[in-house]
Design a protein around this ligand. Structure first.
Ligand code: NAD
Ligand code: TYD
Length: 358
């Protein structure tokens, strides 16, 4: 089916992977990418599709009501896939204000514009709000998050995402807006900004710098290859039931330390040990824990499998192999995103602890 899709935050990690996938796999879809190009947004990630006839980029803020209304009317938007967000827990701890503005007010602005533009004619329309498993809080050593798990967000990031999920759901119940919500576990893959664990560790591995592991390294995340997440989102847009939430996960729980050790071993195997002859595991440095650090996330993704027939296609080994290869082949991308503000951020977060002089 033909769709005219407003993708918000398409220059970020998951959004850019999603746009690549859609332009290749859905020739009937037109994509309008609205992105403010914050530190996390990078036009380089979409350079190869910049002139694609089914794609257009608009630089702007999802909180700008007039701009958003103009985009709906000007392009005849019938589908929204809403990625735009402030997405990094550590930054939400040092500066929560931007998270409230973009994640809550921005989502509200988009919901209002959709409600107004689709009024009385929304049967074929879809508003997919992309969210996170972090809204459910932290698990002990057992159990899984299901779609029925009560929300219990514990960082300003997850609290702002929880608020936006509640708004999106309220617009379904109150106004009949065709809203779908996905709550996904931790993603990894190409084009991820090097403030998140996997690209940060990869980058430091390549530069021979300390690898900061928070606390005891025993926190558990359920890792999903980004391509699998993007395919799940397409499936939910096309087949999901409006008003429903779908958990998306990788059936792939790992302790942080295991992930970091695996990355060290993979880089050693692919490019050789450090110039000193030492293995990269010697770079692992335990640092002070993140305040309020959620201990474990784990997703029960049975509903999306049962109802929509989606399960991840990539094993962790395949996904990590593809990811490490991508970062090795795209060092110029990494360089281009690590501008002055990244270096300042790194210095502030890690400078004193691991002697980083990024
Ligand atoms: P990201 O930080 O890499 O990208 C966010 C993008 O949004 C950037 O391109 C940025 O420029 C843009 N943006 C920020 N504020 C904006 C604004 N006010 N107006 C317009 N654009 C704005 O994030 P990501 O990792 O790609 O995550 C995308 C979505 O998926 C987020 O909603 C996040 O909560 C959710 N999510 C992420 C993960 C993960 O592991 N990364 C897991 C589950 C859910
Ligand atoms: P992150 O990639 O920031 O994702 P999230 O906080 O959304 O799960 O972090 C993943 C895990 O890795 C999390 O438990 C925090 C930990 N971590 C480190 O140990 N060191 C680091 O330098 C970073 C960025 C994260």
């Amino acid at each position: 089916m033909k769709r005219t899709v407003l993708v918000t935050g398409g220059c970020g990690f998951i959004g850019s992977n999603f746009i690549h996938l859609v332009l290749a796999a859905r020739p009937d879809w037109q994509v309008i990418n609205l992105d403010r190009l914050t530190y996390a947004g990078n036009l380089e990630s979409l350079r190869d599709v910049a002139d694609h006839p089914a794609y257009c980029f608009v630089r702007g803020d999802i909180c700008d009501r007039q701009l958003v209304e103009d985009l709906f009317a000007g392009h005849g938007i019938d589908t929204v896939v809403h990625f735009a967000a402030e997405s990094h827990v550590d930054r939400s701890i040092t500066g929560p204000g931007e998270f409230i503005r973009t994640n809550i007010t921005g989502t509200f602005t988009l919901l209002e514009a959709a409600r107004q533009y689709w009024a009385g004619n929304s049967e074929q329309c879809r508003f997919l709000h992309v969210s996170t498993d972090e809204v459910y809080g932290s698990l002990g050593t057992t159990g899984f998050f299901t779609e029925q798990t009560p929300y219990d967000p514990r960082s300003p990031y997850s609290a702002s995402k929880a608020a936006s999920d509640h708004l999106a759901r309220a617009y379904f119940h109150t106004y009949g807006l065709p809203v779908l919500i996905t709550n996904c576990s931790n993603n990894y893959g190409p084009y991820q900004f090097p403030e998140k664990l996997i690209p940060l560790v990869l980058n430091n591995c390549l530069q021979g710098r300390p690898l900061p592991v928070y606390g005891d390294g025993g926190n558990v995340r359920d890792w999903l290859y980004v391509r699998d997440h993007c395919e799940a989102i397409v499936r939910v847009v096309e087949k999901g039931r409006c008003g429903e939430s779908y958990n998306i996960g990788g059936h792939n729980e790992k302790k942080n330390l295991e992930v970091v050790e695996l990355l060290c071993d993979m880089v050693d195997a692919k490019v050789g040990r450090l110039p000193s002859g030492e293995p990269r595991r010697t770079l692992i440095t335990f640092v002070a824990d993140r305040p309020g650090h959620d201990r474990r996330y784990a997703i029960d993704a049975a509903k999306i499998d049962r109802e929509l027939g989606w399960t991840p296609r990539y094993s962790f080994e395949q996904g990590m192999d593809a990811t490490v290869d991508w970062y090795l082949a795209n060092r110029d991308w990494m360089e281009s995103v690590m501008d002055g503000s990244y270096r300042q951020y790194y210095e502030k977060m890690y400078g004193e602890i691991v002697g980083g002089e990024a």
